[in-house]
Design a protein around this ligand. Structure first.
Ligand SMILES: *[C@@H]1O[C@H](CO)[C@@H](O)[C@H](O)[C@H]1NC(C)=O
Ligand SMILES: *[C@@H]1O[C@H](CO)[C@@H](O)[C@H](O)[C@H]1NC(C)=O
Ligand SMILES: *[C@@H]1O[C@H](CO)[C@@H](O)[C@H](O)[C@H]1NC(C)=O
Ligand SMILES: *[C@@H]1O[C@H](CO)[C@@H](O)[C@H](O)[C@H]1NC(C)=O
Ligand SMILES: *[C@@H]1O[C@H](CO)[C@@H](O)[C@H](O)[C@H]1NC(C)=O
Ligand SMILES: *[C@@H]1O[C@H](CO)[C@@H](O)[C@H](O)[C@H]1NC(C)=O
Ligand SMILES: *[C@@H]1O[C@H](CO)[C@@H](O)[C@H](O)[C@H]1NC(C)=O
Ligand SMILES: *[C@@H]1O[C@H](CO)[C@@H](O)[C@H](O)[C@H]1NC(C)=O
Length: 569
């Protein structure tokens, strides 16, 4: 869901959340994730000017209706307005009869996805198929703005259904600059959609709901099952993370919970907060939240060092180190030993003391230190004033609204089964993680996940719909590859590929041909990208054979349905 240029609130204290590839976190507020790669155009994404994709691909727009569903009361009052939906394209590799490859940009500015047109999956597919590559922005994100502000009333058009209809409208109506003499619209031209994360679920629904418009779709890390209490977000770290890091995180979190959630230990709560230098933070759940982000970095790891967020490894090295990493924390040794004892780990004081001190030091350098001012102002989720802002600068409202309205994915510690130790505090519960839903939008009930899951959820499948996931992805638990679901046979028509050691849509990015090296991209990524090229080429052969391109559109399966997709995947 979702590495996100981290959507930032306008306060200085959120600086610690500003790394480019981290779960969608508004302020210190744990939301869901998914704006992965949500690189804002203004962001700290440095790239050589000669290869700056924003200079290579001018932004284009197409006018689309704000309201595609005048029959649905959810969108009342209706409007006949249109807005400019932004896209970018590259026709360098286009050959007559070639497809249009549309990357659905999902919950972020499309600018953050332009690199995929240049050297990632869209480039690869356009080149392999003689296609036009497109990055299509999602309504409300970037500059595709249907309304003049982000007030709750005006956000009523921010639904997955409306955005899917935009994507269809685009395929039926687009005229590419310089190629106006060609009919590159669906269904005469085959349209193939790709999306990662939220956008991965999005293109899966696109294929299923509009099979006559989109000939095929590749859903990568597609979170097709919306889950309200998504405690499973941390399961990937628990199962696949470095064992010593996971164990230390579980034990120290357990100590914290045994103090803050056990009334008998109430008098130690202040001592615990003080040890972290967070003594002025009023709400204990805010405290639990503020110290919980280190382990969340897994999602933002990438095989390409240029895109990798190393914070996860840094956190793990900190918390599992037996050496004292921050000399200034030595003065807290006695306090920490007492807290460990009160917290139920008296027998492990010897091994846990330095780990606890390192944890404190880590939270200090990555968070506490950056707050100069009132700690509540920096770290609370209870700031009613903050949530009232709804002008166009408040882009944090967008994915948050989608989360609260439809998608859920609140990442709690409380949801973890009681026979298992969570990696974040159980004080981080649904009530806490949904504060923003109530405060920002006056949404007081659980997200309407059924409005999403009616499209198939875990079980979604369709001819020419590829399901690709990462073995170690925190979002895998919301995809058809979730552990415990029945494995599926992978076919050309319905490819079903789990990228070994992969994390979040690792097949989406690529490097320039001159930058590859042995095992770079890693073999599982390279093989997956090769498989994608192969099955998309097969899908396009089916398009030709089925008489499409001559006005006989239908959404049926092609001749390749029963063939195995590359045996080694
Ligand atoms: C509105 O119309 C669309 C077709 O344009 C249909 O798919 C949908 O079910 C209708 N919605 C309602 C609420 O009637
Ligand atoms: C939209 O246009 C149609 C056709 O002109 C009209 O009947 C309808 O009332 C308009 N709806 C709104 C909300 O303006
Ligand atoms: C906590 O609040 C007290 C009293 O307002 C203040 O003196 C102190 O500097 C604050 N500490 C931190 C770490 O913000
Ligand atoms: C990316 O960061 C992770 C976590 O810090 C680290 O384990 C991994 O080796 C890094 N990968 C690359 C390719 O730099
Ligand atoms: C501990 O974490 C800090 C902050 O992220 C980082 O700079 C440092 O390199 C880490 N230490 C180790 C041993 O990884
Ligand atoms: C946090 O960092 C500040 C600034 O370096 C330092 O003064 C303070 O002692 C540190 N606190 C802890 C608990 O390590
Ligand atoms: C839920 O959170 C609200 C703050 O948004 C708080 O007022 C209320 O007491 C909480 N309810 C429970 C059951 O914890
Ligand atoms: C590889 O090619 C790109 C694009 O043509 C260029 O910008 C980059 O400098 C080249 N990299 C190396 C390592 O030569």
């Amino acid at each position: 869901m979702m590495g996100l240029g981290r959507l930032l609130a306008a306060t200085a204290c959120v600086a610690q959340l500003a790394s480019a590839f981290a779960p969608l976190t508004v302020r210190n507020l744990r939301l869901s994730s998914e704006s992965d790669l949500a690189l804002e155009p203004e962001g700290d994404f440095t790239i050589q000017e000669s290869t700056d994709p924003t200079l290579l691909y001018p932004a284009r727009t197409i006018k689309v209706p704000v309201d595609h569903f005048h029959n649905d009361t959810k969108y009342e009052p209706h409007t006949n307005d249109t807005f400019d939906l932004r896209y970018w394209f590259d026709a360098t590799y286009y050959k007559k009869g070639g497809p249009v490859i549309v990357l659905a940009a999902g919950e972020t500015s499309g600018v953050g996805r332009l690199q995929f047109l240049q050297k990632g999956i869209v480039y690869q597919l356009a080149k392999a198929t003689g296609g036009v590559g497109v990055i299509l922005e999602h309504r409300y994100y970037g500059k595709s703005l249907p309304t003049s502000d982000f007030s709750t009333k005006n956000l009523r058009f921010l639904t997955t259904d409306q955005a899917l209809a935009d994507t269809v409208y685009f395929a039926k109506n687009v005229k590419f600059a310089g190629l106006e003499h060609l009919d590159l619209t669906a269904p005469n031209t085959p349209y193939i959609a790709y999306g990662g994360s939220y956008a991965g679920a999005f293109v899966a629904f696109l294929r299923k709901l509009y099979p006559d418009v989109y000939w095929g779709a590749i859903s990568s890390s597609g979170v097709t099952e919306a889950i309200y209490d998504y405690w499973q977000y941390y399961e990937a770290a628990r199962i696949y993370g470095p064992k010593d890091c996971v164990t230390a995180t579980q034990k120290l979190t357990h100590v914290v919970d045994n103090i803050i959630l056990n009334k008998a230990n109430a008098k130690y709560v202040q001592k615990l907060k003080d040890a972290f230098g967070l003594g002025n933070l009023t709400h204990t759940d805010d405290f639990a939240n503020t110290i919980s982000f280190g382990i969340a970095g897994l999602q933002s790891t990438n095989w390409d060092p240029a895109l990798n967020d190393t914070s996860y490894g840094e956190y793990c090295n900190n918390v599992s180190s037996n050496a004292l990493l921050y000399p200034e924390t030595a003065r807290l040794e006695k306090d920490v030993q007492e807290l460990l004892t009160v917290g139920g780990y008296g027998k492990e004081v010897k091994t846990l003391t330095n780990q606890f001190l390192n944890y404190i030091g880590y939270v200090n350098v990555t968070s506490v230190q950056s707050c100069d001012g009132d700690q509540n102002a920096c770290f609370t989720s209870y700031d009613s004033e903050f949530y009232k802002k709804d002008d166009l600068k408040q882009t944090w409202r967008l994915w948050l609204y989608q989360v609260c309205d439809q998608w859920g994915f609140l990442q709690t510690g409380s949801g973890v089964p009681h026979n298992q130790l969570p990696l974040i505090s159980r004080a981080i519960d649904l009530n806490y993680t949904s504060i923003a839903c109530r405060e920002a939008f006056n949404i007081n009930k659980p997200s309407d996940v059924e409005s999403i899951n009616k499209y198939g959820g875990f079980g979604i499948s369709y001819p020419r719909l590829a399901i690709i996931d990462g073995e170690k992805d925190p979002w895998r638990a919301a995809t058809p590859h979730a552990i415990g679901l029945k494995d599926r046979k992978s076919t050309i028509s319905e490819p079903f590929i789990l990228i070994k050691d992969g994390v979040h849509h690792w097949d989406e990015n690529g490097v320039f041909p001159n930058e590859t090296a042995p095992n770079f991209p890693p073999k599982p990524v390279e093989e997956t990208q090769r498989a994608i090229k192969n099955f998309v080429q097969a899908w396009l052969q089916d398009f030709k054979k089925s008489g499409h391109g001559h006005g006989h559109g239908h959404g049926s399966a092609g001749v390749h349905d029963e063939q195995q997709v590359l045996g080694d995947l």
